[in-house]
Design a protein around this ligand. Sequence first.
Ligand SMILES: NC(=O)C1=CN([C@@H]2O[C@H](COP(=O)(O)OP(=O)(O)OC[C@H]3O[C@@H](n4cnc5c(N)ncnc54)[C@H](O)[C@@H]3O)[C@@H](O)[C@H]2O)C=CC1
Ligand SMILES: O=C(CO)COP(=O)(O)O
Ligand SMILES: [Zn+2]
Length: 352
Amino acid sequence: MFEKTTWIRLPRSVVVGHGVLGQTAEVVADSHLPGQPLIVTSPTPREVAGEQVIEALSTVGPEPEVIVVETASFDAIEEVLSRAAEVNPGYLVGLGGGKAIDIAKMAAADRDLGFISIPTAASHDGIVSGRGSVPDGDTRHSVAAEPPLAVIADTEIIAQAPWRLTTAGCADIISNYTAVRDWQLAHRLKNAQYSEYAGALSQMTAEILVENSDSIREGLEESAWIVVKALVSSGVAMSIAGSSRPASGAEHLFSHQLDRLAPGTALHGHQVGIGSIITAYLQGGDREEWHDVRDALESIGAPTTAAELGIDDETVIEALTTAHEIRDRYTILGDGISEAAAREAASVTGVI
Ligand SMILES: NC(=O)C1=CN([C@@H]2O[C@H](COP(=O)(O)OP(=O)(O)OC[C@H]3O[C@@H](n4cnc5c(N)ncnc54)[C@H](O)[C@@H]3O)[C@@H](O)[C@H]2O)C=CC1
Ligand SMILES: O=C(CO)COP(=O)(O)O
Ligand SMILES: [Zn+2]
């Protein structure tokens, strides 16, 4: 008997473009979201877009409550949940970068509420995904969370964010090359479940971004448009897969380990970009594809060396040799690489 089932959860609306925050009321109505919203945000996004979002949401319901969180952590989720228990919101809104959006989507899942994603930067591909990523002691969890019912990505706001946030988003996408390869490897060696559709979409997203890299330049709102579309596409790949696998391989394990060893030093996207250069080197292949990854990062102005990340060489080596311990996800790192191999990979690629 045929027993396979799949349940792909995607947003109902993805609205991207100049000034689309002005369509917020329409989007909320179209999503049938009731009652008072609780906005989960962090300090800078609150300043940048908070009033505009509060004003827009107030036209379709009671004035929103706002909670400002500082970190992506289980404590922050608890804070949001206890505020939600007080105000009993009708739905949640994640406003900001990856951390605020992740916390909102996980709190929404816990309270069984609808959730809207309003990114203020094109810095990560969690804008659309139904996954949350949270560090927890020595490990990192990628948990099933509430996917957004709607995404409102206003390129006017996103284009005004510091440029480094956009280059981080590009690097998060470029890292899909190595993530997909690691996923295929895990499929071959460990029988990990692989989705051809999700793998192909994730890889194609990286290819399209790299093909368009000449148009990704500081000061152009079109750059925000191109990058947001890629981030959406990558998030859809994660939703199809039902896991972060299409967008997270060894380069992400390396980044998660850097978050523990050098917290708050560099952006997620920039770390995974460097991780992707080294992962491509370790994955080998006929053509030295790590050159392509490095060149793509260089062309959009993302860091390609540890020094540019602000992280010292020894921390890079430690992260590389311990990254496999972060979570139970098979990658090219296998059950760990030696210090000598890590040093060789990081030096040959010019990362250290
Ligand atoms: N759930 C998922 O599928 C994914 C989750 N992530 C998670 O997302 C996080 C990384 O996201 P990031 O956005 O890099 O980190 P983040 O949320 O810490 O934001 C980075 C910085 O950008 C600032 N910022 C945001 N918008 C701004 C604006 N318009 N102007 C000025 N500053 C602005 C924030 O205040 C923050 O200081 C990590 O925790 C990562 O694990 C990343 C990718 C996928
Ligand atoms: O950052 C991500 C994809 O870009 C999410 O991946 P993780 O599951 O490794 O946190
Ligand atoms: Zn990522």
